[in-house]
Ligand binder design. Structure first.
Ligand SMILES: Cc1cc2nc3c(=O)[nH]c(=O)nc-3n(C[C@H](O)[C@H](O)[C@H](O)COP(=O)(O)O)c2cc1C
Length: 312
């Protein structure tokens, strides 16, 4: 997820049970122009493998040159984003914009598969809008040109993030007797129960989880615990949250240096400490301090002061 799945966050997710993690989506146009923001997103840690690098674009030449660039960083998977609904992406025909041109979607996938020895996977949505859902056919065509797995968000582009994700069409893809590759479901897996439903009622090969992990890298462990025991894992304690925030910040500093590390980790704190009453002062300090030592000192203080807060 853009602005969420940086390497430190992915490392935390991995430690908490994620089987596969993906980078934020990376612009192929940015990559071929060596844009610093895009290039930095290629960084992966050994410890997070298997890891997919996700790219987006609509221009064949740019996508192929991006495959070459991505390949040099040696991820386990190259994933193509054919699902982003944001206007600035879609207006260039990329992300979910490609759902208006299935032949181009097939062509890009086919050529990218030929360009690399790495597995190429696709993340997409049900269709452009309700009247143009052809995901069963689309998935088959992608499989036929060598796509190794497909993850489907159960919404159309027109829905953006509104309404509920519909998993039934994703199950139709899975139940197509011609389908051999793994089919992963995505959208609204907000609890371990929902993950179980996706597995047992919809029969999908895997669940791709987005928003439920924001501020909660433990979600993967919570799901796995539920699968194994049919009971919920105990709530994550404040101490564990502080520890995650500390580690996140430290990894970010090691990765990008103090200035950028402090700045870019800010957006995660609110999520880690959501629900604590009278927390505003501490949150403000976390998100306004420029020195890592000040942020770490705030973490220590929070750990002492709110140790007895009970999360549910
Ligand atoms: C802040 C944010 C950033 C996202 N960035 C990406 C992205 O870079 N690549 C991608 O495939 N999906 C991205 N998504 C979409 C999610 O991966 C997912 O498809 C969607 O949120 C529905 O799943 P969920 O209900 O589990 O979050 C993003 C979603 C959010 C909320």
């Amino acid at each position: 997820m853009e602005d969420v799945s940086d390497p430190p966050f992915r490392a935390l997710c991995k430690e908490q049970g994620a089987d596969v993690v993906y980078t934020e989506f990376i612009s192929s146009e940015g990559l071929i122009r060596d844009a610093a923001k895009s290039v930095m997103k290629l960084d992966i840690y050994e410890k997070e493998r298997p890891v997919g690098i996700q790219i987006f674009g609509a221009n064949l030449d740019s996508m192929l040159r991006s495959v070459d660039i991505v390949e040099q960083t040696n991820p386990d998977i190259i994933d193509i984003n054919f699902g982003c609904p944001v206007k600035k992406v879609v207006s260039k025909g990329a992300g979910a914009g490609i759902l208006k041109d299935i032949c181009l979607m097939e062509k890009l996938t086919s050529e990218m598969v030929k360009r690399t020895s790495l597995p190429v996977t696709v993340k997409t949505r049900l269709g452009w809008d309700h009247d143009s859902i052809k995901i069963v056919e689309v998935a088959e065509r992608l499989q036929d040109v060598g796509c190794k797995a497909i993850a489907i968000h159960g919404r159309t582009r027109a829905q953006m993030y509104k309404g509920n994700a519909d998993w039934a069409p994703i199950a139709e893809v899975k139940n197509n007797p011609r389908m051999q590759i793994p089919v992963f479901g995505n959208g609204d897996i907000s609890s371990p129960e929902r993950a179980m439903e996706m597995r047992d009622q919809y029969g999908l090969d895997g669940a791709m989880i987005g928003r439920a992990t924001i501020g909660n890298p433990w979600f993967f462990k919570q799901v796995k615990h539920f699968f194994e025991t049919s009971t919920h894992l105990r709530p994550i304690t404040l101490t564990e949250r502080v520890e995650a925030a500390r580690r996140h910040l430290q990894m970010a500093i090691d990765w990008k240096g103090e200035k950028l590390g402090v700045f870019e980790t800010r957006r995660h704190y609110t999520n880690y400490f959501k629900g604590i009453p009278n927390f505003k002062e501490y949150r403000m300090r976390m998100v306004t301090s420029d020195a890592a030592s000040d942020v770490f000192a705030t973490f220590d203080e929070v750990e002492d002061l709110f140790a007895h807060h009970e999360f549910n």
